[in-house]
Ligand binder design. Structure first.
Ligand SMILES: Cc1ncc(COP(=O)(O)O)c(C=O)c1O
Length: 400
């Protein structure tokens, strides 16, 4: 079984955490994880936990994948950091590979440190080359922790409520500098807008001289069974912002920029400098992650395992009557529960899973939980999870 106890404690130190500022906005559930391997987390006492969350969508090839550990070790031994005026050739190789998988044939990349930074960089870039006043995005999306894309205030942003408004008649596309599209996660609730709607918006924005940025921070690097979330919509963006999974836990992000944008950049007017831009270590890790996904056939694996999980939940939906909807693409999956008097099904299931050392993602206040394991999750771990959760769900049907 995947969750048996290790023989001895792996951590000798005294755990002291009251000196850590927790400003993330989520309750801290564990403070004693000391080791991780693929989808298994180990606490200081040697207990094992099944991680179906991948941190925060950040470990597509599993915690501490041997090839990524090797890349980290080898590249750290050669060169971690360069500087404003120097580049290491590995950065160019990683950029070529990223342009290849994005389908942006002629373009440029910049390597940064977080998803927020990649999205914010993209938005700032367009602000410099477009005189149009607004950015268009979908209601209920998340773009960045800070900056223009973090605020998403009404004087720069139009929020299109696609789930309720349906059509785009009220949008003045002549004023849109860029459509900033998050193709999937939607504040962790996992909703996918219709393909025709997205294609229509993309066409209208471009006809009026605007650009298309996709935020692939959660949906990129194979999570949905394709390289990027936008692949499901048959569009090629002008800018692709990639984060989280690209570093498999190491903080590297990348912005891939098509020639339609790079040809308009005036280097005298657009400056964006930070110390770790285009660092060789991050680029080497990104290249390693892409290589592992290709060599281990993980895009197809995400499709197959994702279908299996969704299929089993759909069967539970018919059988136990407490599931409202099962949504997902590849290994980005959400299960929504019926509203219930007295207690929340999703909260209760999450609590019961935690007692059994199974970790999945739950956004407070919503009857939804997310299943986003590494694309390398073992078949037996999937089976263990499905059997465990079915046991819990079936017991709730009896109680309700
Ligand atoms: C959809 C989406 N975009 C952007 C970000 C920001 O990425 P980061 O936390 O790496 O800055 C997040 C973070 O959760 C996200 O979910």
């Amino acid at each position: 079984m995947p969750l048996q106890k290790c023989k001895k404690s792996e951590y000798k130190g005294k755990i002291k955490m009251d000196n850590i500022l927790n400003s993330i906005g989520h309750e801290l559930k564990f403070s004693n994880f000391v080791r991780a391997e693929n989808c298994t987390l180990f606490d200081d006492k040697g207990d094992r936990y099944l991680d179906l969350e991948s941190g925060v969508w950040s470990t597509p090839v599993g915690h501490c994948h041997p090839r990524i550990t090797q890349v980290l070790s080898e590249q750290s031994g050669k060169m971690i950091h360069s500087g404003y005026c120097y580049l290491n050739p590995i950065v160019g190789s990683a950029a070529s590979k990223i342009l290849e998988i994005t389908g942006i044939k002629t373009g440029k990349c910049v390597f940064l440190c977080s998803g927020s930074e990649a999205v914010e960089f993209s938005v700032q870039l367009i602000s410099k080359i477009s005189s149009k006043p607004y950015f268009l995005t979908m209601k209920n999306c998340y773009l960045s922790a800070y900056g223009i894309s973090g605020e998403r205030s009404g004087n720069r942003w139009i929020h299109f409520d696609w789930m309720n408004e349906g059509n785009t008649d009220k949008i003045d596309f002549s004023k849109i500098a860029a459509f900033v599209f998050e193709p999937g996660s939607s504040l962790g609730l996992v909703h996918f807008p219709p393909k025709e709607l997205i294609q229509q918006i993309v066409n209208r924005v471009r006809e009026c001289g605007g650009y298309v940025i996709t935020n692939e921070v959660t949906t990129g690097t194979g999570r949905t069974g394709r390289w990027f979330g936008y692949n499901h919509f048959d569009i090629i963006p002008d800018i692709v912002a990639i984060g989280k999974g690209l570093g498999n836990g190491y903080p590297v992000s990348c912005v891939a920029i098509a020639e339609s944008v790079t040809e308009k950049i005036d280097p005298k007017k657009f400056h964006y400098g930070q110390s770790h831009q285009n660092d060789p270590l991050g680029a080497a890790v990104a290249l390693g992650v892409i290589d592992v996904i290709e060599k281990e056939g993980l895009l197809q694996r995400a499709v197959t395992i994702g279908e299996k999980i969704r299929c089993r939940f759909n069967r539970m939906k018919d059988e136990y009557g407490i599931i409202k909807e099962v949504r997902g693409r590849g290994l980005m999956i959400a299960v929504e529960f019926q509203k219930n008097d007295g207690f929340s099904f999703a909260e209760k299931i999450n609590e019961e899973l935690l007692k059994r050392n199974v970790i999945l993602a739950k956004r407070p206040g919503h009857e939804v939980f997310r299943i986003d394991p590494a694309l390398t999750i073992q078949e037996e771990q999937v089976e263990y999870f499905l059997c465990t959760i079915e046991e819990i769900i079936s017991s709730l049907r009896v109680q309700s």
